[in-house]
Design a binder for this molecule. Structure first.
Ligand SMILES: Nc1ncnc2c1ncn2[C@@H]1O[C@H](COP(=O)(O)OP(=O)(O)OP(=O)(O)O)[C@@H](O)[C@H]1O
Ligand SMILES: [Mg+2]
Length: 323
């Protein structure tokens, strides 16, 4: 498919949703989330739309690969990136929240009463917490835990520092957002990708990784987020992998072989070798029916109502070890 055709597809698919596409990557540790997101990011660039890459993983692989490729950064410069985990005050100001207000209240606010974020042109908050990589691509990063020592001694849950990112994902409009959630189902448990249009679960083609991907899928499904899969590092034919393929059929948007020559390398430096894998993947992801920004925010509201319900039903039940 030509670039023009891909552009037409995205315009058609997103006509009702103001042209945004928010893709979150999840998966067990080491399955290839960062590799796959980078391949997809490079392919999505052909659409010539503004894109923000959000790196929610404290190992900063995505930030490292992107800044090294686009800005020639090393480890020291990486520490200078603006951090979303320090954005709380600005987030409150942008949304005009009272400093006493809890995120809980904010997440319960109706769609027409919350301010939306914009990828293109970027609003002031988005501009402050992203680093431009070139004129169409910018990076948003959470940084390492080591840079946020206060979390180590804080009595607040460290997940709370991800609230500005979580809300930004749910309320971002007008452009493409790619989110690397980091390894495991943790990001799902505290709802980080709840506002994404689609979650891509990267599954290593082994029996163990397939079993773990089921936990991730179950959480995304409970939150109401559409899920598609990429099978990565396909090497041996396991019956469990074949069964997985038979079960998920159309929801598998790509199968990537294990490619020894690219192992451990910056995918952006070897993109020529892998480009052919990612172009059809972009097309398949674009063919997923996308939710409108309002529907994405409704998921947050639903989740918030459910939390409230749990809280209240807990209060009315006497505590017991034997349930
Ligand atoms: N298809 C592949 N063929 C060969 N090597 C691969 C392939 N996919 C990923 N890798 C390699 O596997 C390693 C892990 O990949 P990657 O960092 O993308 O995984 P991840 O899921 O993001 O890991 P983490 O959970 O630590 O963030 C990297 O060294 C990468 O080069
Ligand atoms: Mg990674």
């Amino acid at each position: 498919m030509q670039h023009q055709d891909i552009e037409m597809t995205i315009n058609t698919v997103n006509a009702s949703s103001n042209n945004e596409l928010v893709i979150a990557f999840m998966g067990k540790g080491g399955t290839g989330k960062t590799f796959t997101s980078l391949g997809l990011i490079q392919s999505l660039r052909n659409l010539d739309k503004a894109m923000i890459v959000a790196d929610a993983d404290t190992n900063r692989s995505l930030s490292r690969y992107l800044t090294s490729h686009y800005l020639g950064y090393g480890e020291e410069e990486l520490k200078e990136l603006p951090l979303m985990t320090l954005a709380e005050q600005d987030f409150y100001e942008f949304q005009q929240l009272d400093s006493e207000q809890l995120y809980r209240d904010f997440y319960g606010t109706q769609f027409n009463e919350v301010k939306k974020f914009s990828v293109e042109p970027p609003d002031l908050f988005t501009q402050k917490y992203t680093k431009a990589l070139d004129d169409k691509l910018a990076l948003m990063s959470v940084g390492t835990s080591a840079l946020r020592m206060e979390e180590l001694y804080s009595n607040r849950c460290s997940h709370a520092t991800l609230n500005p990112l979580k809300a930004w994902i749910a309320l971002s409009t007008k452009g493409i957002v790619v989110l690397d959630c980091g390894g495991g189902e943790d990001a799902g448990r505290f709802g980080l990708p709840i506002g994404a249009n689609v979650v891509v679960v990267v599954v290593e083609a082994t029996p163990d990784a397939i079993a773990i991907s089921e936990d991730i899928r179950a959480i995304d499904e409970e939150l109401g987020i559409p899920v598609v899969y990429v099978l990565n590092k396909c090497l041996n034919q396991f019956p469990e992998v074949e069964a997985f393929e038979a079960e998920h059929g159309d929801n598998i948007v790509g199968k990537i072989p294990f490619i020894p020559t690219i192992y451990g390398k910056n995918p952006l430096k070897v993109f020529d070798e892998i480009e052919g894998i990612f172009t059809p993947m972009v097309e398949k992801i674009l063919s997923v029916k996308l939710s409108s920004p309002q529907q994405r925010w409704e998921r947050v509201l639903r989740w918030q109502e459910r939390l409230q319900y749990q809280r209240e039903s807990k209060k009315s039940q006497p505590f017991s070890f034997i349930s």
